[in-house]
Design a protein around this ligand. Structure first.
Ligand SMILES: Nc1ncnc2c1ncn2[C@@H]1O[C@H](COP(=O)(O)OP(=O)(O)O)[C@@H](O)[C@H]1O
Ligand SMILES: [Mg+2]
Length: 266
């Protein structure tokens, strides 16, 4: 099973003065169980691409196929796809609208006619590093990091097999970011397919995800993590990737075939 993106192009406000090209001929296959990172500077089309995966945007050109369901305008198909693909949007906490964490988490599964037991609910909270005591809290009374965890829990609540994170660590401090990476580690352990949009590439060294890099709304690199890093400082700078000290060290370890993996655990 996989998500297949075939020759997808997308333009906003076509044939108006506001016409903006967001995606040009993107093709990619995301196998179940894999881990992908999507990189590219602001405006390169990352969020648009993610939105094509669950039918929020339906491209006229090209095709998206999720486990053999071709995403077209058919409502029942889109619902099926949305149950398989959970998206944690940028600043997901801005979408909270219910008075308790409990109701917030149960909102999505209710929509999919899924019941979840108290034990399942507590397990989900555990996966995101929280406990039962949060259930009666008002979501708006939580810290930024806790809100982000609840937003992730509400996506986990209906057990999607593909989970997409759009810049999940943006606006969090070091500790908050570390906790999010821990959640992602937990989700890998239970076999979830993860797609993540982020700028913090050096925090991904221990995960070694597959890399899709988008430049000017087109694919500029697709392949494995180490091959991407081995492009080297000049090439990566051209791709708007900050070549941090940590990345430099990792690059050198790859070049010289020295195993330094332990150094890069986040
Ligand atoms: N709702 C929208 N209406 C019009 N243009 C949009 C809309 N959303 C995004 N765009 C434009 O499409 C391009 C890609 O945007 P986006 O997918 O948000 O990129 P990224 O997530 O990589 O920053 C940008 O030029 C952006 O301004
Ligand atoms: Mg974006």
């Amino acid at each position: 099973m996989s998500i297949k993106i075939k020759n997808v192009s997308y333009t906003y406000a076509e044939k108006t003065p506001f016409e903006t090209t967001a995606l040009k001929n993107i093709s990619l296959e995301i196998e179940e169980g894999s881990f992908w990172v999507i990189l590219g500077k602001t405006g390169s089309g990352k969020t648009t691409l993610i939105q094509t995966l669950n039918g929020l945007i339906i491209p006229k050109d090209g095709e998206v196929i999720v486990d053999d369901i071709i995403i077209k305008d058919r409502k029942e198909d889109i619902k099926k796809v949305r149950e398989k693909i959970g998206i944690v949007f940028q600043y997901p906490e801005s979408q909270f609208f219910l008075p308790t964490v409990y109701e917030e988490i149960l909102y999505a599964p209710k929509n999919f006619n899924k019941n979840i037991s108290k034990t399942e609910l507590i397990n989900i909270l555990k996966l995101v590093g929280l406990n039962e005591s949060f259930l009666n809290r008002n979501p708006f009374s939580l810290s930024g990091g806790e809100m982000r965890k609840i937003a992730i829990a509400s996506v986990l609540s209906y057990d999607p097999k593909y989970i997409i994170f759009d810049e999940p660590t943006v606006g969090l401090d070091y500790e908050g970011r570390r906790k999010i990476w821990n959640i992602i580690k937990n989700l890998r352990k239970i076999g979830k397919t993860i797609i993540i949009v982020t700028h913090w590439i050096d925090e991904l060294i221990s995960f070694k995800p597959n890399v899709l890099h988008i430049h000017n709304n087109e694919i500029s690199f697709i392949g494995n993590f180490d091959d991407f890093i081995l492009l080297g400082e000049d090439e990566l700078k051209k791709k708007n990737i900050t070549f941090s000290e940590k990345l430099k060290l990792y690059y050198c370890s790859l070049k010289n075939n020295i195993k330094l993996e332990k150094l890069f655990q986040y």
